[in-house]
Design a protein. Sequence first.
Length: 77
Amino acid sequence: MNVSRWGNSLATRLPRSAVEALGLKEGNSIAIHAAGRRTIEIDKVPGARELLARLRKFRDRLPKGFKFDRLEASERC
């Protein structure tokens, strides 16, 4: 793969094997982290619908007294 200039940034294309392994589609968000000097990790960032679907799985399973604080959750992002 080559690194190319894209505006003021640098860019590269993801190989098909990485796209398929992560189930990526155009418009998805990803996070890239340096895992070492010569190693990177790519993670698919879940969208709002996927996050909501995950939360629905926990309906009535949260500990008694659990309170979701939207503002606190937003600070972590």
